[in-house]
Design a protein around this ligand. Structure first.
Ligand SMILES: NC(=O)c1ccc[n+]([C@@H]2O[C@H](COP(=O)([O-])OP(=O)(O)OC[C@H]3O[C@@H](n4cnc5c(N)ncnc54)[C@H](O)[C@@H]3O)[C@@H](O)[C@H]2O)c1
Length: 507
């Protein structure tokens, strides 16, 4: 369901044959009800077809359909999964090198929910807590293959060495593999990322020409690698702050703007457009608008290519979305939260530009208002002062330091302070997020219930500024996000959702 314009709501569903339908209603509730009815019919029809097929094949399930629940079918993760990364810098290389190190048994996938996490099923007394990767059919790490785009010509070994995140001895052991991944030429616009420039760029008369070239890269990679499925994962630099315009509202307007070289079309949007047109899901790790636009939602739904974003939730914001819910849970007031960072990697250099910093600042600032809800708790949070600074300091490289000074108040208004000093490693925190997003977005594209809905809000857990359908506020609390993610998996597999009510244990 989505709102077309004020007072017009569209029910939006796919039938059992994958055909998309829309119907107009004057209230959101009526549209939602209609959509639920149609979705139930679709699932019932698909389930009965599955049963018939199972009957025909001697009672066995179809090989390419791993899961049939009351609500969803999930196609098996067969064949290779191609991961395409615009921006082969610190995060991308730490992720790819990490996957290869894990495949070779040189390291463990620490920080990855899909690899190490479990999901409790049923009652606490049942003792069922499988690993997530055993509960839902995820692609195996052995089936991941990689490509990317960058404005620099460095292959992944050179780019990882330049980024300086991972130990050089580890990179040297992975050298043949990493050197084999070389970037395609990039779509780049210096006006959107002012602090860097590189030679490896596409040329074209219009932005539509550039989009066609990216589409061609995607088709060629699919063919040459033999991948059965693809995912695009934006790990490129943060682009300058812009707001959506008319050009971003509909496909027609967007394509017209591409042909007219409209300056409001950022490079990341060109990759997103190309991916979605090719039916490839797109995840956005930076705070850029990119897929957070009506046109991208339209494309995503039409092509059944999921989208999610934005801005990986790694260091300081991870801490913020853990601490702020604790203050709210205990009704402790907040008068101020001052966050500052020093970092010296290329990302830090890019963020030294006011336009790129503004994009990041917006993404980091939204968190507290949404969690603390000052309109509901004006005496506690109505007057808080929230400031975020990022300072480029080359000696630190990727090893960021994030300080938080938090002024809170308690019983009778007595003030207290908390100081957090997180000496983190930016890309070490980001890499497992990239891995999980790749695997879960691939799950979404194979899942009948998720592939056509557009935004994958259940993946909010991974983002500083989670995308939601227009009109819905995002959930920022890390533990609500985790519950949302795990409940989505339970729902897909027809397991009972966990509410933590627990009264039944005391009957
Ligand atoms: N590391 C983290 O913890 C973290 C957290 C949240 C968000 N992010 C975001 O993830 C992104 C990547 O971070 P990073 O530390 O790897 O930065 P990085 O500077 O090391 O890598 C970014 C790469 O993108 C390339 N690039 C820029 N514009 C491009 C374009 N149009 N097409 C292709 N390539 C392009 C750059 O040349 C560079 O190699 C940044 O936007 C950053 O803000 C990172």
């Amino acid at each position: 369901m989505y709102q077309k314009r004020p007072g017009t709501f569209m029910a939006d569903w796919s039938d059992a044959d994958g055909r998309r339908h829309r119907k107009q209603f004057s209230t959101a509730e009526a549209a939602r009800k209609h959509e639920h009815r149609e979705a139930a019919l679709t699932h019932a029809l698909r389930a009965s077809r599955e049963l018939k097929l199972a009957g025909l094949s001697g009672g066995k399930k179809r090989a390419n359909t791993e899961t049939v629940s009351a609500t969803a079918t999930i196609a098996a993760a067969m064949g290779k999964l191609g991961v395409m990364i615009p921006g082969m810098g610190a995060v991308a290389t730490t992720f790819v090198a990490g996957v290869e190190a894990i495949r070779k048994g040189l390291a463990k996938p620490i920080g990855s929910l899909t690899q190490m996490g479990t999901v409790r099923l049923g009652k606490r007394t049942e003792g069922r807590s499988p690993k997530i990767k055993e509960f839902v059919p995820l692609a195996s790490l052995d089936d991941l293959i990689f490509t990317g785009w960058d404005i620099f010509e460095d292959n992944m070994y050179e780019a990882a060495s330049h980024a300086g995140v991972l130990d050089q001895r580890l990179l040297d052991r992975l050298r043949p593999f990493l050197s084999s991944i070389t970037p395609c030429s990039a779509v780049f616009d210096h006006n959107y990322v002012k602090k860097i420039d590189g030679p490896n760029l596409k040329k074209g008369k219009t932005k539509m020409d550039l989009a066609e070239q990216v589409r061609d890269d995607i088709r060629k990679f699919k063919k040459s690698s033999g991948a059965t499925r693809l995912i695009t994962m934006w790990c490129g630099s943060t682009e300058s702050y812009i707001e959506a315009t008319d050009a971003h509202q509909t496909l027609k307007a967007f394509e017209k703007a591409l042909r007219a070289n409209d300056e409001m079309i950022a490079p990341s949007m060109i990759y997103a457009y190309a991916s979605l047109m090719e039916g490839v899901p797109f995840a956005n790790g930076a705070p850029n608008l990119t897929v957070d636009l009506p046109v991208m939602l339209e494309l995503s739904r039409c092509h059944e290519a999921p989208i999610c974003g934005k801005d990986f939730k790694t260091g300081q914001t991870l801490m913020k979305t853990v601490l702020a819910p604790a203050f709210k849970a205990r009704l402790l007031g907040l008068s101020g939260w001052y966050s500052t960072n020093i970092l010296g990697n290329r990302d830090g250099e890019v963020l030294d530009d006011p336009g790129s910093f503004k994009t990041k600042e917006e993404s980091k600032l939204g968190v507290l208002d949404h969690i603390l809800q000052p309109s509901l708790y004006p005496e506690l949070y109505g007057n808080m002062f929230h400031k975020v600074r990022i300072n480029y300091y080359p000696p630190r490289g990727d090893n960021k330091e994030g300080w938080d000074n938090i002024d809170i108040f308690g019983w009778l208004g007595y003030p207290m302070q908390i100081k957090v000093d997180f000496l983190c490693r930016d890309s070490i925190l980001a890499a497992p997020i990239v891995l999980d997003l790749v695997l879960l977005m691939d799950l979404a594209q194979r899942c009948s219930e998720l592939k056509g809905i557009g935004i994958q809000e259940w993946l909010s857990f991974y983002f500083k500024s989670p995308m939601t359908v227009p009109g819905l506020y995002p959930e920022h609390d890390l533990f609500i996000q985790l519950m949302k993610l795990k409940n989505t998996l339970r729902h897909l597999k027809g397991e009972e959702l966990i509410t933590h009510l627990g009264l039944e244990y005391y009957d």
